[in-house]
Write a protein that binds this ligand. Structure first.
Ligand code: ADP
Length: 302
């Protein structure tokens, strides 16, 4: 397997408030967060890449510069003349954060529109990482192209990892979301859901039920995260529960799951040791939630 970790999805411009009517610009997105942490966790001998589509304008250039500055390979990113990147703004009212999104025309929605380019990009990957948001933003016909490319890459030896990240508002309807997420999970070596989402949108009684459901769909290994509660790791015929260490001073849980996935996968891909992988995930997520923001520079590069 090539030492290439390729994350696929949408990176957005983030406008975060710095004062009354002033904002600072950053870049974020679930799969990007995982790529960013994977880069920190994996040895230098690994290539960590991000695949998406962006525009040809200045803000798209800045996004790619940000990724390159984070040592994430952007060589496969598609550039589209007629689109730009999506944006969200964080607003604060009485200490509570709310989010406004401008992403319906984002270039990333077309990331799978060129099937040949997608096949070539996936062909070089050892581990392909994507999420339910990656699927949600695609037009229905291009989801099929994406899943077909994944099948081909897998037949050629790539491994696949998927966080269902269920966000019904991004999908045309909840039934389509559940069906497509289940199909995608069936094509994956690692399915890494958060129980809170699975409870809300599949009505699972507990995390073990979520794990069983994804194994029945065809997943090889399921890792169900559940905030401060036990993580369930399941493969055909085996289920283990791991209790994360308590974290007392939680500041911001943004990217808890994204960082967990990165550290778990980085450890598993290099050692194949489940206990060490679960510990690595909990250690990183436990640190990330003690800081503000999605991307927390809390690790020395491996
Ligand atoms: P998501 O961000 O996807 O909702 P979770 O909330 O399930 O993800 O959390 C992912 C991981 O982050 C957990 O498995 C755990 O290791 C860590 N974590 C999250 N919340 C807490 C908490 N309150 N106490 C300790 N660890 C936590």
């Amino acid at each position: 397997m090539p030492n290439t970790f390729l994350a696929i999805g949408e990176c957005m411009v983030e406008m975060a408030p710095t004062g009354e009517g002033t904002f600072t610009m950053g870049f974020a997105g679930d799969t990007l967060n995982t790529a960013w942490y994977a880069r920190k966790c994996l040895p230098k001998s690994w290539n960590v890449g991000y695949f998406t589509a962006v525009g040809c304008d200045q803000v798209s250039d800045q996004m790619l510069e940000f990724l390159a500055g984070s040592e994430i390979d952007t060589s496969a990113v598609r550039r589209l003349e007629d689109r730009t990147v999506g944006l969200y703004m964080i607003q604060l009212k009485d200490g509570e954060r709310s989010f406004a999104y401008w992403r319906s025309q984002a270039a990333a929605r077309r990331l799978a529109s060129d099937a040949d380019h997608l096949d070539k990009t996936l062909a070089g990957a050892g581990l392909i990482y994507f999420s339910g948001i990656t699927l949600a933003i695609l037009p229905a016909a291009e989801r099929k192209i994406f899943l077909e490319a994944l099948r081909k890459a897998r037949r050629a030896g790539a491994r696949t990892a998927f966080d269902p990240n269920l966000r019904p508002r991004l999908w045309e309807d909840a039934e389509t979301m559940r069906a497509c997420v289940t199909e995608a999970a069936g094509l994956c070596d690692f399915v890494m859901p958060s129980f809170e989402d699975e409870l809300a949108h599949f009505g699972d009684a507990n995390a073990k039920v979520s794990a069983e459901r994804y194994l029945s769909a065809g997943a090889q290994m399921v890792v169900v995260k559940n905030g401060p509660q036990e993580v369930i790791c399941a493969t055909e015929g085996s289920q283990q529960a791991f209790q994360p260490s308590p974290v007392h001073s939680i500041v911001d849980t943004t990217a808890a799951g994204d960082s967990y996935n990165a550290a778990f996968l980085a450890e598993f891909l290099t050692s194949g040791d489940i206990k060490a992988s679960v510990d690595a995930g909990a250690r990183l997520a436990g640190t990330v939630i003690q800081h503000r923001g999605a991307l927390v520079d809390c690790l020395e590069p491996a």
